[in-house]
Design a protein. Structure first.
Length: 126
């Protein structure tokens, strides 16, 4: 987190000094953050500070593990793909892809964890 905020600060400082907002640099920093954090996310143990902290992931350790392993792979793989696409696709088209990417990596873990929790609850009832 410190590296992410330091990188964003350096980009902002550069933008202030040169009066140019380097959007490419900000996008690269965020994608690299999601790539690195995605690799780490699959190893996070249940806690109240880091991770997908929904009521259902905090209630079930199995749902926590499944959600974070899948989310970690999703974030790492999709960030790597987005980094490659950032190089290939022009910025005007890439912004739309970035919006879709952010919606997917934010909503998918919540939906998946809820469905996994419901499945676990229905299996324990029967």
């Amino acid at each position: 987190m410190a590296a992410l905020f330091s990188s964003i600060f350096m980009v902002q400082f550069d933008a202030i000094m040169w009066q140019v907002l380097p959007t490419d640099a900000i996008i690269y920093v965020l994608l690299l953050f999601f790539l690195i954090f995605g690799n780490y996310l699959g190893k996070v143990r249940p806690n109240y500070f880091v991770g997908i902290r929904t009521p259902w992931t905090l209630e079930s350790e199995q749902v926590w593990i499944k959600t974070h392993r899948l989310t970690g792979m999703l974030w790492a793989l999709s960030s790597l793909i987005m980094l490659v696409l950032k190089i290939i696709i022009p910025m005007t088209s890439f912004i739309y892809l970035l919006g879709i990417y952010l919606v997917v990596i934010i909503t998918f873990p919540f939906v998946y964890s809820f469905l996994a929790f419901k499945k676990e609850k229905s299996a324990s009832i029967q």
